[in-house]
Design a protein around this ligand. Sequence first.
Ligand SMILES: *Cc1c(COP(=O)(O)O)cnc(C)c1O
Length: 454
Amino acid sequence: MHTIDMNLVEMTLDVMKYTIDRISNVTPELGSPKKEEDLLRIVGETITPQGIGGENAFKLFRDVLVKATVPIDHPRHLAFVPAAPTRAAIMFDLVTSASSIHGAYWMEGAGGIFCENQAMKWLVSLTKLPEGAFGVFTSGGTAANLSALVAAREDWRDKKSGHETTRAILIASSGAHSSIKSMAKVMDADVLLIDSEEEYLSGEELQSEISKLSKEERDRLFAVVATGGTTNAGIIDDLKTIAEVCEKEQVWLHVDCAYGGGALAANSVRHLFDGIEKADSITIDPHKWLFSPYDCGAVIYKNLELAKKAHSQKGAYLEIFKDEGAQGFNPADYQIQLTRRLRGMPLWFSLAMHGTNKYKEAIERGIELAKIAADKVKKNEHLELVRPASLSVVLFKRKGWSAEDYRDWTYKNHREGFALVTPSIWKEESVIRFCFINPDTTEDDIDKILETLN
Ligand SMILES: *Cc1c(COP(=O)(O)O)cnc(C)c1O
């Protein structure tokens, strides 16, 4: 399988040609899903004892299968949290694979980990966490949140004796991402959600919630999770007052900025994150608003040693990695995964190539597009802006529409390959939600989408 033959060269050329075409296409075809049986009928079984050949398999992917996917970087893809990886980052993702580097330990991955750490240094500088804070790239926000919360719980158990087997409790606002609840389940921890209509948590509300806890519950409280940009509405909790409460109460503060983290680089909104420099841990997803290809999350700790205590794996066959010859940063020590891809490398290359100013501009453009869209909504008699644009999210209603109307509208636009915009819920009512990430989305794209609502 490893001998280089002509077929391999041809296949490589096919793949490179496709890749170059794809990344230079700013409006890729907006595909939609097909039933599995339909796909199977078209392509047939692809795994056979003899193999179907690279050319053939690639053709099936290029002509059929990729068309049953949604290109997340389409400029009229405004659903969920879209993405817009830079061409540089995508090309370097290929390089990352081609270089076959193990990213767990410095011993094997030093040069690649150096790249990741350069990018991480910039991310950490955006948070203004004190000297000594650092982080590591993960598979995404979910893994970053889990890694941070496990570190928080270990620290709580270390500091409070008698809790080796006690179920821990974390507090979060109702706007917190579903992954917080999900990862608490993985950890077998309880979640106390503070219900606030506006998806916004303040220090005052947090303090009042903590004072309501019984002595037994208070002892079990190991972390507070604040959100730096709710996924649904782009709302940033009052991090400053929340941090004060956490400091006073001596509770670990985790700030989940998986979506909003890119905006730490945007001067126009940076003040909204004030207080984040007091966090014990922070999640940022470069695959959301920092133009990295999937998948790339990041977890940052104020005190890296606490993460190491929680995550460093011990095993007879791993001891060699900690020998003198391998002195350096070991990413495996700071998050839940052992063997890992160097998923920060595409971000590094793109940052190194473009410089951080380009990143700031592209993020500011997302914020600007949200403001532009909100203004257009306000001026349209059929539409009603539900709340001001926050970060890059806009929520609005089509007057007179029911939940079914929104759903039908979404499916129609998607089926026609025109746009992917999905409804959401705000204060128990259906709304349309725009989330801007792609700086290549134009005002004309916004106009055309709004036209379909007339
Ligand atoms: C997207 C998101 C997550 C989950 O991140 P994944 O990369 O999808 O695992 C967590 N928290 C927030 C606030 C998010 O927006």
